[in-house]
Write a protein that binds this ligand. Sequence first.
Ligand SMILES: NC(=O)c1ccc[n+]([C@@H]2O[C@H](COP(=O)([O-])OP(=O)(O)OC[C@H]3O[C@@H](n4cnc5c(N)ncnc54)[C@H](OP(=O)(O)O)[C@@H]3O)[C@@H](O)[C@H]2O)c1
Length: 330
Amino acid sequence: MTQTSRAVRIHANGGPEQLVIDNLSVGEPGPGEVRIRHHAIGLNFIDVYQRSGLYPNTMPLSLGMEGAGVIEAVGEGVTHLKVGDRAAYAANPPGSYCDLRVMPAMNVCQLPDAIDFETGAAMMLKGLTAMYLLKRCPPVEGLHPGDFVLFHAAAGGVGLIACQWAKALGLRLIGTAGSDDKCALAREHGAEFTINYRSEDFAARVKEITGGKGVKVVYDSVGKDTFDKSLDCLRSFGLMVSFGNASGPVAPFAPGILGPKGSLYVTRQTLFTHITSRERTQAMADELFAVVASGAVKIRIDQRFALTDVRAAHRSLEARQTTGCTILLP
Ligand SMILES: NC(=O)c1ccc[n+]([C@@H]2O[C@H](COP(=O)([O-])OP(=O)(O)OC[C@H]3O[C@@H](n4cnc5c(N)ncnc54)[C@H](OP(=O)(O)O)[C@@H]3O)[C@@H](O)[C@H]2O)c1
């Protein structure tokens, strides 16, 4: 049976005006696939990179990498999901900005009854990211309770989850954000210290907070505007985790600069290397579900937009007007 779904697509890279709603036919799932009907869809900064062309894709492109809903049909060989299951995912290929879709089942997980669809849609990509950053890419000397870490854009979607999770792990998180109100929000969610990096020199403040030593890890998703100074926030053998480009991509640099700054380590991480199998995806999702169910991490949804208002949603995210998570409602 073929059904019709609204799907937000772009036919050329560019600004939010490129986002259009097309009607697409959705058929039956093939081997290893499911058909899911969305109840809520997560908005992520990666959607902006794909729309703008920073991350190239073939056209036309259906956008969106996160969603939650009900499984309507299951293809051959899929054993972890059945028709009627509540489910949520962070997954490639993009295409979650729609009513329903057929997609690979590998990254789709059953959503525990205690977690509602909106929370599920908001938390999968951002929560799994916070999880692997804090738990699956440790610095060379390990990450232990009491260690200082610096987390940029701490009041954002990934940021507020990371603040809470870091606190639960006993880490002393210093968060940066672009306004005093955002800094206060990050502190409410577990950041021990915050720095408004629009008005303060964050490297100088980090040195002050850490008694001149620096932090063990910097988590930097802002990119161009923060990368260089972030290296100056690290202690010897510290780890620079670059994982985004909200202000633009990081410029090429010579590895030689890392020696005199303290034999630093640099890595560029992406969630999609961490969820390349069903087992790894489920193990990470189980940790995320557990920390959310325990109440240690609350998923804060500060913006809700109708799917048809997707252009406004993108404009808000890019203009730094959002805090916490943003969802689209079909
Ligand atoms: N590699 C991965 O696995 C992975 C996975 C998920 C997300 N990410 C990255 O993590 C970051 C956070 O993602 P998110 O979806 O949760 O977004 P978000 O943090 O809610 O939004 C991005 C934030 O970046 C800050 N920012 C700083 N300079 C900016 C600029 N010039 N333009 C726009 N924003 C700027 C803003 O906060 P302030 O106003 O406080 O500065 C803004 O709110 C993004 O860079 C995303 O690409 C990476």
